[in-house]
Design a protein. Structure first.
Length: 253
């Protein structure tokens, strides 16, 4: 069974659809000391958990089960036709995580439009610092990706107008979170992740509290808190061109 006694931080994603949240979540989950659920949507299920210790443990178990279950049921962290499992690493296998969380950036920001206090309720349940990851992508690319994903042939559509309206609301939520500065928030640009993956992964891991980031450019698997591991062969939605040639994530497209 997974031991949650050492959890020091709870990770949530805020932002917008089609911006590489799935890729970034998979990279954190690949660390041996991290559990990041894939598309669990904690705010949607928040009423399941009370503020007791058992409520917190129930939430942690559900997130851990999600992280492991997607590997079994889907054969990997797959979303919208892309594969996000990091080869030879630790997706879904952490035994004693230091950080735990949920990757559902767009829906989280959308839910906070209607009720900004939901994040405070999460804080009362988990009782460890909440850290927010905000993945940013050129909005025109995000819109184009969304329209392609929905198979909409024109920008003059109800789907496109809905996307734009929600996108503006999500931007406002993130701006409010930054102004309030109650929860630490880390910006990561998908374009910079592609251009300099080693640096961006190191910054990300330092922010979430993992002192030994997965070590890009190696094939050996790390172990525990001191383990270093490689990242390669990940196929994601963040850009058309692959990431290669530097010590970092290779093969991201």
């Amino acid at each position: 069974a997974t031991d949650f006694g050492g959890v020091k931080a709870f990770i949530m994603f805020v932002g917008y659809p089609r911006t590489a949240h799935s890729l970034v979540g998979a990279l954190i989950d690949a660390h041996p000391d991290a559990v990041i659920a894939h598309e669990y949507d904690i705010l949607k299920h928040l009423d399941k958990y009370d503020e007791s210790e058992e409520g917190k443990m129930a939430l942690y178990r559900d997130l851990d089960h999600n992280s492991k279950d997607v590997l079994v049921k889907k054969g990997g962290r797959r979303q919208s036709g892309y594969e996000y499992t990091v080869p030879n690493q630790f997706n879904g296998v952490s035994k004693k995580p230091l950080v735990i969380g949920d990757k559902k950036g767009g829906s989280t920001a959308a839910a906070l439009i209607d009720d900004p206090t939901l994040i405070d309720k999460v804080q009362r349940i988990v009782k460890v610092p909440i850290k927010l990851v905000h993945v940013i992508r050129n909005p025109y690319d995000a819109m184009a990706s969304h329209i392609k994903h929905k198979r909409v042939s024109t920008s003059d559509s109800q789907e496109f107008r809905f996307f734009m309206k929600r996108f503006k609301g999500q931007v406002a939520v993130v701006e409010a979170l930054k102004r309030e500065n109650k929860y630490p928030l880390h910006d990561i640009y998908s374009e910079q992740l592609i251009a300099d993956p080693a640096h961006e992964i190191e910054r990300l891991m330092a922010f979430v509290g993992l002192g030994h980031p997965i070590s890009p450019g190696t094939d050996s698997a790390g172990s525990g808190e001191s383990g270093e591991s490689g990242v390669s062969g990940v196929s994601g939605e963040s850009g058309e061109s692959g990431v290669s040639g530097v010590s970092g994530v290779s093969g991201v497209s």
